[in-house]
Design a protein around this ligand. Structure first.
Ligand code: ADP
Ligand code: MG
Length: 628
C-alpha cells in the first residue's frame, strides 16, 4: 500500500474546484465518460497495431447509480492503468492539470463556461463528490490498483483484486449534489453531452417488444425482452462519408438532433475537411420562422463527438447562426473567451471555410434544379441577404445564385435582370433604374401603373432590404433602386415616345399655382407632368432618398439621427393629360375649382393611407354632400 501527498501547492483542491466552477458542475460526467471513451479507443488502437495482445471485443461504457450507497459508478473496458500509471497520470499529471487550471481561473476568467479539453478533466469529479475511488486493471499483466482520495491532497493507493480489464470510477456523491443520484438527471446529462459519443454507453435496462411468433393468437401479448439501454448513437451521420448517405439518412439525422422539430429541413450541407484544420459536420437550412429571433434549435458544437456547446457565436459567421445542425472539430479552442476566439487564426479559417461551403452548396442547388431553388427562395432569402450584407466573400459568390423575384413571381439572377431592363429602364445618365415594391397590397396602384408601362417591378420584402439595396448600389456600377411609389417614374426613366402635353407650359404653371394655393401644405411639392391620360390625375410619391433615410433609421442604420426631426415630405404629381386637370384649369367658379382640387387631393392621399384625423372627417362629410 502507498499513501502520500499529491504534489500540488493548492492545499485543498476540493473546495476550490467547487468554488470556481460552481455553475458548471454537471460537466463532470462528460469528463469521466470522455476519459472512459479515450481509454477504450486507445485500447482499440493498441490491439490494431499489435501492441496489446488482448481480445478487444465490443466494449461498452456503463453508468450506474447506487442510490442507497449514494454512489455513482462509471465503468469502462478500456486499457486500464497499472499502479505506476495511476501514480503518474492521476497523482502527478491530472492534479497538475487541475492546479494549472485553477491558477489560470482564479483571476476571474472562470466564466467562459467551458472547461478546456477540457482543462479540468478527471478532477472535475470533485465538484460533486466528497470522495472518489478508482479501481483499475491494466491490459498489461499487472495487478489491479485501487486509489482513493477525498479531495484533500492526501490519497491512498493499494492493490485490488479486480480481474477484468478496465476502469471503474466511483463517486461518493456529496450532500449538496444528490441530484446526480436521480435517474432522470443522469439520463438528461447523458442525452445532452454523450448522445453521439463513439463507444456505446449503457444506462440501465429497457424493455423491447419482439415480433409475435407466426402461430400466436390475436389476443396474445407480443413477447418482450430486457435489453441494455444504450443511450447513444456511436456512428452519427456526420462521421460518415457523404457518398455513403442517402437523402433520407440526412432527414433521419435531423430528427435525431431535433426530436421535437416538426418541419423537414429544406436541404443540408455536409462539411468535411482535414486540412488545414479538422472539421466535420452537417448543417441544415430550416424553414425559417417568421420571427427569426425565436430560432431556438441551434447549431451544436462537438469535439470528437462530445457535445461542447450550442453557442457557436464567433465560430460560425453570424448570418449562418440561423441554420441548424452539428459541427465537430478538435481544432476549435474551447477554453478561451469568445473575444479571443474571434481573433484566433484557426477559427477565422473555419468560419471562412463554412461560408465558402454554404455558398458552393447554394450555387449547386441553383444550377441543378433552379425551379426547386426558386420555390425555396422565400424561406432562405433572409439568410442569403444577411450573408451578402455581412460577408464580402459571400456577396461576391451570391451573384451567381441570389434571386430577384418580380411581383409576378418571375425570378431573375442579377445578370438576367440587367439584361432584361437594360434597354427599357435607364435614366437620363444612362443608369439602370431598378423598380421594386416592398408591399404588394399597399403599393398596388403604383405596381399596376408601372407594369402597364412595361416595366419590371421586383418584390423585395424582407426586413433588411433597405440595407441590401444600399450594398448593391455601392458595389455595382450605374444602377439605382427606386420604389414604385418613390420619385415619379415617368420623370426618372427615359422614354422613346415622350408623352405630348395637352397643356401649354403657361397652363401648367397656372394649374400648379392653383393647386398649391388650394392645398396650402408645406409638406407637398406640386409637379405638373404630361402622363398617360389613363393614369390617375393626382399621384402622391415620397422622394426615394427621404423614405430610405427613415427606413435605415428604423432598422438601425446608425448615424442618421440628424434626419430624426425632418418633416414628412411628398411630391404631388399632377397629370396634365387627365381630363379632370383640364376641368380644374377651365372652371370659372372659384368654389367649384377649390372643391375639385380638395377632393382629388384627398383621394390621392387616401390611396396612400395618408388621409387622417380632421382631414378624413372633412373628406367624408364633403363626399356625402356631393352624392346627395
Ligand atoms: P486528459 O483526459 O485531458 O488527459 P484527465 O484529467 O481527464 O486529463 O485524465 C488524466 C489521465 O488519467 C488521462 O490522460 C489518462 O491517462 C488517465 N485516465 C483517466 N481516466 C481513465 C480511464 N477511465 N482509463 C484509463 N486511464 C484514465
Ligand atoms: Mg479527460
Amino acid at each position: 500500500m502507498s499513501t502520500g501527498k499529491i504534489n500540488v501547492s493548492v492545499e485543498n483542491i476540493f473546495p476550490l474546484i467547487k468554488k470556481f466552477l460552481y455553475s458548471d458542475h454537471e460537466i463532470f460526467l462528460r469528463e469521466l465518460i470522455s476519459n472512459a471513451t479515450d481509454a477504450t479507443l486507445k485500447l482499440k488502437h493498441l490491439t490494431a497495431i499489435g501492441e496489446a495482445k488482448v481480445e478487444y471485443g465490443s466494449p461498452q461504457i456503463e453508468v450506474k447509480i447506487d442510490k442507497e450507497g449514494k454512489k455513482l459508478h462509471i465503468l469502462d473496458q478500456g486499457l486500464g492503468m497499472t499502479q505506476d500509471e495511476v501514480e503518474k497520470y492521476i497523482n502527478q499529471l491530472a492534479f497538475s492539470g487541475a492546479e494549472e487550471f485553477l491558477n489560470k481561473y482564479e483571476d476571474g476568467a472562470k466564466d467562459s463556461g467551458i472547461i478546456g479539453h477540457f482543462g479540468l478533466g478527471f478532477y472535475s469529479a470533485f465538484m460533486v463528490a466528497e470522495k472518489v475511488e478508482i479501481i483499475t486493471k491494466s491490459f498489461k499483466d499487472e495487478p489491479a490498483a485501487h486509489w482513493t482520495c477525498d479531495g484533500s491532497p492526501d490519497f491512498t493507493l493499494v492493490e485490488a483484486d479486480k480481474t477484468e480489464r478496465g476502469t471503474e470510477i466511483i463517486l461518493h456523491i456529496a450532500e449538496d449534489s444528490t441530484e446526480f443520484l436521480e435517474d432522470s438527471r443522469i439520463s438528461q446529462l447523458l442525452t445532452k453531452y454523450n448522445k453521439f459519443m463513439p463507444v456505446p454507453i449503457k444506462f440501465g435496462m429497457k424493455t423491447e417488444t419482439l415480433p409475435k411468433p407466426e402461430d400466436a393468437k390475436e389476443e396474445d401479448p407480443a413477447p418482450t425482452q430486457e435489453v441494455d439501454n444504450i443511450i447513444n448513437n456511436p456512428d452519427p451521420a456526420w462521421t460518415k462519408q457523404p457518398a455513403d448517405l442517402e437523402d433520407q439518412d440526412y432527414k433521419d439525422f435531423y430528427r435525431e438532433l431535433y426530436p421535437t422539430q416538426f418541419e423537414e429541413p429544406l436541404f443540408n450541407i455536409h462539411l468535411n475537411v482535414d486540412y488545414p484544420f479538422n472539421l466535420t459536420g452537417i448543417l441544415y437550412f430550416p424553414k425559417l420562422a417568421q420571427d427569426i429571433s425565436i430560432q431556438k434549435d441551434k447549431i451544436q458544437l462537438y469535439q470528437n463527438q462530445v457535445f461542447v456547446t450550442d453557442n457557436v457565436e464567433g465560430i460560425v459567421p453570424d448570418f449562418l447562426t440561423m441554420l441548424r445542425g452539428v459541427i465537430d472539430s478538435p481544432d476549435i479552442p474551447l477554453n478561451v473567451s469568445r473575444s479571443y476566439l474571434q481573433a484566433d487564426g484557426a477559427v477565422k479559417k473555419i468560419s471562412g471555410y463554412i461560408t465558402r461551403k454554404v455558398a458552393d452548396k447554394l450555387k449547386s442547388l441553383f444550377n441543378n434544379d433552379r425551379e426547386d431553388f426558386e420555390k425555396k427562395w422565400n424561406d432562405i432569402k433572409v439568410v442569403i441577404e444577411y450573408g451578402m450584407l455581412s460577408e464580402d466573400k459571400f456577396f461576391d459568390k451570391a451573384e451567381k445564385f441570389a434571386l430577384y423575384p418580380t411581383v409576378d413571381d418571375t425570378f431573375f439572377t442579377w445578370e438576367e435582370l440587367q439584361e432584361k431592363i437594360k434597354d427599357s429602364q435607364t435614366d437620363k445618365d444612362n443608369k439602370l433604374v431598378i423598380l421594386y415594391a416592398s408591399d404588394k397590397d399597399a403599393q398596388h396602384a403604383y405596381i399596376e401603373s408601372a407594369k402597364a408601362k412595361g416595366y419590371e417591378v421586383l418584390l423585395l420584402d424582407s426586413p433588411i432590404v433597405p440595407h441590401v439595396i444600399q450594398k448593391l448600389e455601392t458595389s455595382k456600377e450605374d444602377i439605382s433602386f427606386v420604389r414604385v411609389d418613390g420619385d415619379h417614374i415617368d420623370n426618372l426613366i427615359k422614354k422613346e415616345d415622350t408623352q405630348i402635353s395637352k397643356l401649354s407650359d403657361e397652363e401648367k404653371e397656372t394649374v400648379k399655382t392653383a393647386i398649391t394655393d388650394a392645398i396650402a401644405s408645406q409638406s407637398y411639392t406640386v409637379q405638373v407632368e404630361a402622363m398617360d391620360s389613363e393614369a390617375a390625375p393626382f399621384i402622391i410619391t415620397q422622394p426615394e432618398f427621404m423614405r430610405r433615410m427613415k427606413e435605415m433609421q428604423q432598422t438601425g442604420g446608425g448615424g442618421m439621427n440628424m434626419f430624426g426631426n425632418m418633416p414628412e415630405m411628398y411630391n404631388l404629381v399632377v397629370n396634365a393629360n387627365h381630363s379632370l386637370v383640364s376641368e380644374i384649369l377651365n372652371t370659372k367658379t372659384e368654389k367649384k375649382k377649390q372643391r375639385l382640387i380638395k377632393q382629388s387631393f384627398d383621394l390621392a392621399k387616401l390611396s396612400q393611407n395618408l388621409l387622417k384625423g380632421e382631414d378624413l372627417t372633412n373628406f367624408i362629410n364633403r363626399s356625402y354632400e356631393m352624392i346627395k
